[in-house]
Write a protein that binds this ligand. Sequence first.
Ligand code: 2HA
Ligand code: ZN
Length: 281
Amino acid sequence: MTKFIDSQYVHDMAQTTNNLYRHGWDERNGGNVSLRLTAEEVGAFSDTDKVLRQIPIAFDASELAGKYYLVTGTGRYFKNMVEFPERDMGLIRINDKGNEVDLMWGFNDGGEPTSEFPSHLMSHISRLKQDPNQRVIMHCHPTNLVAMTFTVPLSSKRFSRTLWKMHPESIVVFPEGVGVIPYMCPGTNEIGEKTAAKMNDFRVVVWPHHGVFAAGDSLDETYGLVETVEKSALIYTTIRAQGGEILQSLTDKDFRDLIKRFDLTANEAFLTPDAQTETVE
Ligand code: 2HA
Ligand code: ZN
């Protein structure tokens, strides 16, 4: 039987974290990713059936008891994940009480899951209620999106409309918009709760002055979601840097045309501006 290190899951996590690093969205130990695997998927390997050790978690994850997650480690650098996957990521199973995880593979130098793991699990719980195929939570620091949190009002509607107006792909890829929470201290259960609450309505939650939490059914899809949000943020940043007035952008009529053409279920509340004066922001 194949060893877990040779699995597609480890390969895909290593590739994805490497892509995140190369985009410049995960400097030093910034960012973290978790990928849910089924018991059948885990059972296909020769070295994933033994509990290596137990690791306590600071959150009641009993709703996820028995579920498996391949997760990046606390303090680990995404730039190293390709070379040292068995050290920098781990495969865990949530135990029955929900207050500990069983380590099944990885973290072979004594490592533990990311400091944002409680936030990941809370978001997994929210998204699984919306989407039974939910698999991935991804946290990273996309530069232009973070920059926008200093200049655009911190409202989900203002952010979503601004991003939608930059590129027709935006409303197609995230028709529900993006959620924005207030600035909060990272690595706490409070930011996890706030993020998970927003995840009831959005797959992308913006953490002002810090980064983004994104959810999806696969690593590719979640990565593509962040890429699309960040592409629109880059366009916004670039047009602001060009200076001068913004002369034109996508309009509410253009949103309606895209919704019709691509049969989208878009966020109705975001389809018309709040203020008469709203232009591109
Ligand atoms: O994992 O990015 O928010 C390091 C972080 C915490
Ligand atoms: Zn972060």
